[in-house]
Ligand binder design. Structure first.
Ligand code: HEM
Length: 278
């Protein structure tokens, strides 16, 4: 990118460097927006259509490991609530991230924010119930503990983000709301990591039949710890004192964006698109 020269009052030409950190954050937002709206399209086009046609029993015969179980009506309702609300919170999360909506439509930001927080807690509680009340047919105990960790962090971050919004400390609210966004999006990151890993390595460390293996145990925690760590680096590099490190952190975020784009492409083409309307 070309550098822009600006004149100061000392008449000494100053180089105004492009803001790579902001550019990397914008790139991250674009990749995330595309990937999350595709996830929403899949949830609506696969689960939403089934529910619209046949109600709760429309969830019978999906590709889910447990899915609809005839003898478990509470679990089935929890499953339907979990998945349909999941689609709505992912969509609401996207609305929350757009600065122009925050600035010009504050009421929409507030309503969608309340919905995002309450629905994220409901989705997490339903997820706990599904994980721990039903027989484990794929995965391992460690993977279940990993995904439960994301729900626990959701429960922790919701009241903190809300507290700072009510106190009108918007800088702290923004930081905690972004952390919340990362943990709510953990299951989406997991899907990108798994499918991206398949593309890159052919699935080293994954037993495709039982959906177990060391890679899956690591990503069951990395699905939220890695995005949270990159976010903290971004916050840290955004501080004026750490300007020297901005290009390095921006490069890392560009790398993350490239990996995420591979994951989005892989899961959309192999899993999400073929399932829509199926
Ligand atoms: C808060 C954010 C969450 C979102 C957006 C979300 C989203 C989803 C979606 C879309 C599915 C359908 C799977 C697919 O078709 O790919 C699903 C399934 C599932 N989720 Fe979540 N989830 C979240 C959190 C959790 C948590 C925290 C847990 C566990 C503690 C959990 C446990 C489950 C289980 C067990 C299933 C599969 C049920 C089965 O195979 O029968 N989820 N989730």
């Amino acid at each position: 990118m070309t550098e822009i020269t600006i004149e100061t009052n000392t008449s000494v030409p100053q180089k105004h460097k492009p803001d790579w950190l902001t550019l990397s954050a914008k790139t991250w937002f674009i990749v995330t927006a595309i990937g999350q709206w595709l996830f929403v399209a899949y949830i609506v086009g696969y689960y939403g259509l089934r529910f619209a046609k046949d109600g709760v029993s429309g969830f019978a015969g999906t590709q889910l490991a447990n899915g609809f179980i005839a003898a478990d009506s509470v679990g089935n309702v929890a499953l339907v609530i979990h998945i349909l609300l999941a689609g709505l919170i992912i969509a609401a999360g996207q609305i929350q991230l757009i600065p122009s909506i925050r600035n010009t439509l504050p009421l929409l930001h507030r309503c969608s924010g309340w919905f995002f927080m309450i629905a994220s807690i409901i989705v997490s509680v339903a997820g706990f119930y599904l994980t721990w009340s039903r027989e484990r047919v794929i995965g391992s105990l460690i993977q279940d503990i990993g995904v439960t960790g994301s729900g626990v962090l959701v429960m922790l971050f919701v009241p903190i983000a809300l507290y700072y919004a009510i106190k009108r400390n918007f800088a702290a609210h923004r930081r905690w709301a972004l952390r919340l966004f990362m943990v709510v999006s953990a299951v989406w990151f997991l899907r990108l990591m798994v499918f991206g890993w398949f593309v890159a390595t052919g699935g080293i460390g994954i037993d495709g039949k039982t959906f177990t293996g060391p890679f899956l145990e690591v990503v069951s925690f990395a699905q939220y710890l890695l995005p949270l760590a990159v976010l903290e680096l971004y916050f840290w590099a955004s501080k004026p004192n750490n300007k020297h490190y901005q290009s390095a952190v921006a490069s890392l975020i560009f790398l993350v964006c490239a990996a995420m784009a591979i994951g989005v492409f892989a899961i959309s083409s192999v899993s999400w698109f073929p399932q829509i309307g199926a």
